[in-house]
Design a protein around this ligand. Sequence first.
Ligand SMILES: [Zn+2]
Length: 168
Amino acid sequence: MEPRSAAAAGKDFPYTARTTCYIEVHEDGSVTHGNDRTAYERAVTGKSRLFAVWPGEWSSHLFAIDDLDEYAKAHGIKHDEERTGLKEHVHDVQWEKSSYGNDNPRSPYVSISVSLTCGCTIHDLDSFAAQMSDQRGWAVATSGGWGSSSGPEGTTYSLRVRRKSLTG
Ligand SMILES: [Zn+2]
């Protein structure tokens, strides 16, 4: 069976779907399952080739992962501005404690409202949390509720941040 091209499927290729199953074919011909950063690094340096099985309704198709850049962005190995809405820079962040959700002073988390005056948007909270951890030392809660509201002055996000990490 000749594998199809994942690159040809473009952004529609389900890189991160739970049903997509990755196969790595190593130089010596051995075959392993799974995907992670080390598999990407081997594939980039030509030490292995990555394939994915995309199960269809009637049959499964074998795809060659021939766009490793797209693969890395989908899996968060490389930063992707388009997917995350976030530039790879130090964000201009304005924040204040929310007027609601902070009734319990002993809660380890504080609800804050955040706006990004640098023009970025938050599509992916995990990526934003990682950037805020690097840039400000914030521990942003990534499980549970967060939201955004848009008004004439832009988009405001409501997030929960660990109280002790919220210093600047
Ligand atoms: Zn920004």
